[in-house]
Design a protein around this ligand. Sequence first.
Ligand SMILES: Cc1cc2nc3c(=O)[nH]c(=O)nc-3n(C[C@H](O)[C@H](O)[C@H](O)COP(=O)(O)OP(=O)(O)OC[C@H]3O[C@@H](n4cnc5c(N)ncnc54)[C@H](O)[C@@H]3O)c2cc1C
Ligand code: SF4
Length: 572
Amino acid sequence: MSTKLPKVPAVIVGMGWAGGIIASELTKAGIKVVGIERGKERTTNDYLMGHDELRFQHRTELMQDLSKETITHRNHPNMRALPMRSYGTFIVGDGVGGAGSHWNGQTYRFLPYDFEIKSLTEEKYGANKLGSEYTLQDWGITYDEIEPYYDTFEKMAGISGETVEMYGHRSNPYPTGPMVKTPTFELFEEATKKLGYHPYMLPSANLSENYTNPDGISRSACQYCAFCENFGCEYGAKADPVVTVIPVAKETGNLDLRTHSNVTRILNDGTKATGVVYVNTITGEEFEQPADVVIVTSYVFNNVRLLLNSNLGTPYNPETGEGSIGKNYCYQVSAGATTLFYEDKEFNNYAGAGALGIEIPDFAGDNFDHSDVNFIHGSGIRMTQYGNRPIAINQVPSGTSSWGSEFKKQSIKYANSTLQVKSQGASMPHKDNYLDLDPEYKDAYGMPLLRMTYDYTEQDKELVKYMSKVTRKIAEEIGADHYETTEEQAAFNVNVDTNTHNTGGVIMGVDPKTSAVNSYLQMWEAENVFVIGASAFPHNSSFNPTGTIGALSYRASEGIIKYLKDGGGSLV
Ligand SMILES: Cc1cc2nc3c(=O)[nH]c(=O)nc-3n(C[C@H](O)[C@H](O)[C@H](O)COP(=O)(O)OP(=O)(O)OC[C@H]3O[C@@H](n4cnc5c(N)ncnc54)[C@H](O)[C@@H]3O)c2cc1C
Ligand code: SF4
């Protein structure tokens, strides 16, 4: 039996970047908001003296507890899906700040090409460039329309970077200058310039200098401490919702933040939501929180799962192509990298920051001609310096055993003597890659787990082959004693793949038949439900997603405020 609480104008499910931005914008506009978060509250003090690799990186203290909740995965619809029982690939956030507390901070914009990918691809390469099994679509918003929201996000977070000619136009330069160019980046810069490319420093949410944002929040510059990816920042130098938007929302007095509260269902009559049901994860008590507007910001996986478990929206059917909830799940490809080994050169690989890197834009999106290749879109070709950590990073030549004295010898020998030219590639949507409910496995609260059906497509594999040649060429121009290139993309493996850049499942568009939400991320089938995050991306670009999540969150906030002021209605 749930305890019914007094109704509020807005309830937010999940307090990461998307939830934090919405909370800050709504509360500044005078709207009372309840923010419900399944994990605990944290501050920068929790990370003091916390450079503990075992605790944070390997025992994943900041991440979702997989013994309570996980996803199941299978590569093809005819396989049985099995639960992901340990972290290998995506590392899902938990607690106030979400994954925004332990992210790296590489903060890109997507390209103008991304937002109109179907139209622009067909215009240039004809309708049959990709087969009909690829469910490509435009986003229902152009780069010019989203640009002001990128600008707002970057100013709030203080993004450090330099303007790149080959990307979309910017109304303002980055609010802070680029991070330091390390000696290894100078090698990459020299080699890529010689090859005719255009290197630039990665846009970074690790502040290059002290910064005060338009909300009056002051943060200090990054110390290049190297415990960044998978760690919280004790200095507040890494933009995190906990040191940017959430304090602003709290300061208004309009945010009621409830932690240790796991939302299990969105209450609805099929066309409108009336509120949410959540369980206090400490006492087990169940509550009903009625609201005029329900804002779902619980990351790609739970955004889709909550809708499906609440019978809200039409589930995607891969047989007919109808329905949209769960459609167009995409990941990214990271094979195609070349590792450089040196016998008698040492670098300072142990210093670094999560978003410290250098990249070329020449192979991103449609910045190169695709007439003679069997894929569209491209990769960010880059060198990064996150700071090697002794347990996690042991780069050894292939053929070395993965344990024992030989492994020890080689990992010590090469600890400071390898570099890598990486490739992070886009992934296009395919009719057989989707999310639905697992018929067998449930979470700790008795709700069905999300099932992922996913493997890399032919398009993804062709892209990797091509990019592996590019990374090899750059590596050889830099020069090393020995090179290793991964030329092929292996099958997707939930235990070994590489990043938390999941997208799709509640995608945006202009047509209610092929999308779940409009360009304000308002559901077509339930006008008072807004579903915000990378779940809205109709495909995955080669760039990291959070800049675009941030921009879409600012746009959605504008829409929600208008919706509440106008007393309802479709925003488009
Ligand atoms: C190690 C790592 C490095 C990364 N580096 C980068 C990077 O450099 N650049 C980049 O762009 N992106 C990066 N990302 C991805 C980035 O962190 C995410 O894109 C971003 O944090 C997503 O924000 P979000 O608000 O949509 O979701 P989240 O941050 O996941 O927040 C969702 C919140 O909802 C809560 N929640 C979920 N379900 C429920 C429920 N049922 N009830 C209540 N609360 C719930 C969660 O606990 C969580 O706090 C990285 C991710 C990881 C893990
Ligand atoms: S590298 Fe910089 S931003 Fe990252 S945790 Fe260390 S001080 Fe913070």
